[in-house]
Design a protein around this ligand. Structure first.
Ligand SMILES: C[S@@+](CC[C@H](N)C(=O)[O-])C[C@H]1O[C@@H](n2cnc3c(N)ncnc32)[C@H](O)[C@@H]1O
Length: 193
């Protein structure tokens, strides 16, 4: 049983180390990713909270020069032991995106910054988004996949996994374009400055 705060690296590390895994990317989500991000053409992409690395590997397959960061050493180890297939593997780094020096990342800015099933867990969502904005290249895209509160019909602990309308408003405020796609309990956001 874990007792650490959900915002802490220790909390996530204990979940990964004890075998917890998260919803896999499926063909619908992958095609939405391709539709909104397009081919990478060698441009840099950063997946925040990459977990076992599935999304970062997919970005690499789209032609992005991908990097994945996660605060859990076990997640990063899991990501690093899997091969992406043709093309270069993503670069993996263990870091806390909310506190660590962004200057230690692979690139000063990224054509794509993504976070999948991560935004919900950021304690200070506005501060997190500010840091993402600092990392986005001009014309870049912030790709967010998150559960939306109230969409689960079956009662249980998973009902708390969605973001509230206020948290959605914090996410989408101040971008030049906001595009969304809905997939059952999840929503994808393509946000451009
Ligand atoms: C629900 S999991 C999702 C993992 C992966 N994105 C996926 O879709 O399977 C949330 C991930 O975010 C990571 N995470 C949470 N807070 C973080 C932070 N401040 N910095 C870096 N990674 C973080 C956790 O370690 C965990 O791997």
């Amino acid at each position: 049983m874990t007792t650490e705060s959900t915002g802490s690296a220790a909390y996530w590390e204990s979940l990964w180390a004890e075998g917890r895994r998260y919803r896999q990317l499926d063909s619908i989500e992958t095609s939405l990713l391709e539709k909104h991000l397009g081919p990478g053409g060698g441009r840099p992409a950063l997946d925040i909270g990459c977990g076992d690395g599935s999304l970062a590997r997919r970005l690499g397959q789209l032609g992005y020069r991908a990097a994945g960061v996660d605060c859990s050493p076990s997640a990063i180890a899991l990501a690093a032991e899997q091969r992406a297939g043709p093309g270069p593997d993503p670069i993996w780094r263990c870091m806390d995106i909310t506190t660590d020096d962004l200057g230690t990342l692979t690139d000063p800015s990224y054509a794509v910054v993504s976070c999948r099933l991560v935004y919900r867990w950021m304690d200070d969502k506005a501060a997190f988004i500010d840091r993402v904005r600092r990392l986005l290249a001009p014309g870049g895209t912030f790709w967010v996949v998150t559960e939306i509160a109230g969409r689960r019909t079956v009662a249980g602990p998973s009902q708390g996994l969605g973001i509230t309308p206020e948290e959605a408003e914090t996410l989408t405020a101040g971008w030049a374009t906001v595009r969304t796609e809905d997939m059952d309990v999840l929503r994808c956001y393509a946000l451009r400055p």
